[in-house]
Design a protein around this ligand. Structure first.
Ligand code: UD1
Length: 340
């Protein structure tokens, strides 16, 4: 029998790609999503790719009764991957309570319901944002956590602590915390990808919308940083590579009895790319020019951060494999599909 996994936020960007990889790996997926940042059409994309339609529950994970009912109606869930969260840094500064409520109540509800429903493990989406501006790169999991610079970042730090405290209290669960670097790209089929709402704040959606003529020009936020070309450096990781890591993490929790109850892994490529290098990769991969100008620095930006992913490579047996130009091609194919 297929093992059942609950994917919260499963119609969202990373959730939908992870659902595809879980189904391809032989898991049965139940999705809960409140569709606040996605739509039901994503389920068609998942079905077209995998030939299977995940069970879908429209609902809000901040509501304990909704989740209790979900577990009662879908018995046998063995693991949870929690993507249900708000994720816009700027918005979190404007609406901190929304972020604390959504992100923290969702997590505490899920944790509370795990033992009584026989759920063994939860994979939690954290972020490299917990490291702040690193003292050195690449950065590994032992690096100090820096004070959060936004309510969004703070929810990630607090969530990691909530999980640790709960496990320490003797709760019979396991957790793998994954610290993502910068997820980009789309499924190679162009059937699922990131859905834009309003003006994109993140680099790649803004770049592809500019290339598509939806935005006039891309602004590079600063070229006078202490980096080789002056623009900021990030570790851009393909969303399908990222999704695969969740399957590996889930398998590790469910199948190995001798692993630590809480484990933390960086998910990155180990390679830093500047904003200008990313634009060059896009143009090289697609043959499409991106009109851009150099603008002011963006307040609060980290100058440079990239991952030391060796722990995930060695312990999870997972490695980022995608070539950056392929990733940019997939991001572009998805943008073209959206613009059809
Ligand atoms: C931010 C958050 C991170 C979050 C991630 C995904 C911070 C410090 N980090 O990452 O926690 O997980 O978003 O939501 O807030 N850039 C431009 N022009 C643009 C847009 C971006 O030059 O129009 C540059 C930025 O200056 C940065 C890079 O592109 O150097 C990546 O920016 P972005 O995609 O917004 O991600 P982060 O800021 O790294």
């Amino acid at each position: 029998m297929k093992e059942k996994i609950l994917v919260t936020g499963g119609t969202g960007y990373i959730g939908s790609h992870t659902t595809v990889e879980l189904q391809n790996a032989g898991y049965e997926v139940v999705i809960i999503d409140n569709l606040s940042n996605s739509n039901r059409g994503v389920l068609d994309g998942i079905e077209a790719i995998t030939g299977q339609r995940p069970t879908f529950v429209e609902g809000d994970c901040t509501d304990l009764d909704t989740l209790s009912r979900l577990f009662a109606e879908n018995p046998g869930i063995k693991g949870i991957i929690n993507f249900a969260a708000s994720k816009a840094v700027g918005e979190s500064v404007q609406k901190p309570l929304l972020y604390y409520r959504n992100n923290l109540n969702t997590l505490t509800n899920l944790l509370e319901l795990m033992p009584s429903n026989g759920v063994k493990g939860i994979v939690f989406s954290s972020s490299c944002t917990v490291y702040g501006e690193p003292d050195r790169n690449p950065i590994d999991e032992t690096a100090p956590i820096k004070p959060a610079t936004s309510p969004y970042g703070n929810t990630k730090q607090i969530s990691e602590e909530i999980i640790q405290d709960y496990v320490r209290s003797g709760a019979p669960i396991k957790s793998i915390i994954l610290r993502y670097f910068n997820p980009i790209g789309a499924h190679p089929s162009a059937l699922i990808g990131e859905l834009p709402v309003g003006v994109p704040q993140n680099l790649v959606p803004y770049l592809t919308q500019t290339a598509a003529g939806i935005r006039k020009e891309l602004t590079v936020f600063g070229d006078d940083y202490d980096t080789p070309d002056g623009s900021c450096i990030r570790d851009y990781i393909d969303v399908v590579d990222l999704a695969r890591a969740h399957v590996t993490a889930m398998r590790r929790m469910l199948e190995n009895d001798d692993t630590d109850a809480v484990e933390i892994f960086n998910l990155g490529t180990g390679r830093g790319l500047s904003v200008l290098e990313l634009i060059a990769s896009f143009e090289r991969a697609t043959g499409v020019k991106v009109p851009y100008r150099i603008g002011d620095r963006r307040e609060g930006d980290i100058v440079k951060i990239w991952a030391d992913p060796r722990l995930a490579n060695e312990v999870l047996g997972w490695k980022a494999e995608a070539d950056i130009d392929d990733t940019m091609r997939h991001a572009w194919a998805w943008q073209c599909r959206l613009s059809e």
